[in-house]
Write a protein that binds this ligand. Structure first.
Ligand code: AMP
Ligand code: MG
Length: 310
């Protein structure tokens, strides 16, 4: 097994020659390529089978690197200081002088940017001369990958390298906020909205309904396990996998527990792995118990609602 440093060097060399690789982040794994290279970014879309109109999030080491490509305001600075690196993505205006290729943005004048927290990926970003465009490292519309094995499951030998960083700590995608004017949440995610609201001391609009799609993370069918899923179930039918929020004394082979005691952070971390295991175990459908609609529970419910539009 190579050391982390040797692996980071390998990742750097591949990215420098325009290849795509998978990288670990605290939210989910990313499928990364040079955000300044058209051909690298085209590869990302092709590998994921991602529609061209679904722009990519670009990952930076810090604000200094971001300044080359984007304009920002006071609200951004407040949130950056408090939460970055961390699970929050900002929609910002691109500078005219930016080198971000238009494949990334689908020719939009705005860019989604993030500062991932995983130490291995931070080390990699620090050593590159370009930011990384990186959507989640899964096939488009399917469940995200929260460990290197999931990435290999989805892409096999099609991707050159997976930079292994263990299990993603949060296990759900980042919270996306359009910060250019009135703060607007475009996707619920790993960072609690009430905490963001406190820091901004401004009202935040939540606009993650699939009707008006400015951020395709809002697409109705997304995060799909590939089999029917129903929510707020009290009991499971025969041959149905049953996902419960906390461990029960009496268990059955079709029971899957998101956490030991109903902890929402732990549940978030385990959700995608459990959905993948259930699919592998050849169940035909999934029942999920009621998940409390508070804190990260709101994000879990958002993903389950989309996953249920099978
Ligand atoms: P993922 O594939 O999970 O990394 O999702 C990235 C999300 O960021 C998608 O929902 C995109 O639609 C969203 N996104 C990226 N760029 C923009 C942008 N300029 N404006 C709005 N949403 C964006
Ligand atoms: Mg995704």
């Amino acid at each position: 097994m190579k050391s982390n440093l040797a692996n980071i060097k390998k990742a750097k060399n591949l990215l420098n020659i325009g290849e795509c690789i998978a990288i670990p982040t605290e939210t989910v794994y990313g499928l990364a390529g040079n955000a300044y290279s058209k051909s690298a970014c085209r590869k990302i879309f092709k590998l994921k089978k991602r529609p061209k109109n679904n722009p990519l999030i670009v990952h930076y080491f810090n604000k200094k690197d971001l300044m080359k490509d984007c304009k920002f305001n006071k609200s951004f600075l407040k949130l950056y200081k408090k939460f970055c690196p961390g699970p929050i993505t900002f929609i910002l205006d691109l500078k005219k002088s930016s080198n971000i290729c238009d494949v990334v943005t689908n020719k939009k004048k705005t860019l989604a940017v993030r500062f991932p927290k995983h130490p291995i990926t931070r080390n990699l970003l620090k050593n590159l001369n370009f930011p990384l465009a990186a959507p989640s490292a899964n096939l488009s519309s399917k469940v995200s990958a929260v460990c290197s094995a999931h990435v290999k499951e989805d892409f096999g030998k099609k991707i050159k390298f997976v930079l292994d960083g263990g299990k993603s700590k949060i296990g759900l995608e980042s919270t996306i906020i359009d910060i250019r004017k009135k703060p607007k949440i475009l996707r619920l995610g790993g960072l609690n909205i009430s905490i963001i609201q406190k820091v901004l001391s401004k009202k935040i609009i939540i606009d993650n309904k699939p009707s008006k799609i400015s951020s395709p993370g809002q697409f109705k069918l997304h995060y799909s396990p590939g089999i029917p899923l129903r929510r707020n179930a009290k009991i499971a039918k025969d041959n149905e996998a049953f996902i419960l929020i906390k461990k029960k004394k009496i268990t059955k082979s079709n029971y899957y527990f998101l956490s030991k005691k109903g902890n929402l952070q732990e549940a978030a971390k385990n959700l995608y792995n459990i959905l993948r295991i259930i699919k592998k175990n050849k169940y035909k459908s999934i029942a999920v118990c009621r998940i409390p609609n508070k804190g990260l529970g709101k994000t879990i419910n958002d993903r389950l609602i989309r996953a249920s539009k099978f």
